[in-house]
Design a protein. Structure first.
Length: 97
């Protein structure tokens, strides 16, 4: 999966955010990114904050363990998630979870 990579710091994930959606949801891989729908508008950082909180909830980590690295003003974003492995990330995205 080209949207995820594991490093000594944690797991890097590349996401594509669709703001102003009907509900928050992980759509799944789209090209080299993980597509996420968010209800927040892309105004004054609202979608960025919601994306960070949503990723923390989905991957079962504290918000402080999710850091946006790039894409603050773009739909394409890169996050570092600490205290989790790429295997755990993939397992938490599986339909059975």
């Amino acid at each position: 999966m080209s949207w995820i990579s594991e490093t000594a710091e944690g797991v890097w994930i590349q996401v594509l955010v669709q703001p102003r959606a009907a509900k928050n949801a992980v759509v799944g891989p789209q090209g080299d990114r993980l597509k996420i729908k968010l209800t927040a508008p892309p105004v004054e950082g609202a979608a960025n904050r919601m994306c960070r909180e949503f990723l923390a909830k989905v991957f079962r980590v504290r918000k402080s363990q999710v850091e946006m690295i790039s894409g603050h003003k773009s739909r394409a974003k890169k996050f570092l998630i600490r205290s989790v492995t790429s295997r755990q990330i993939q397992a938490r995205l599986s339909p059975s979870n």
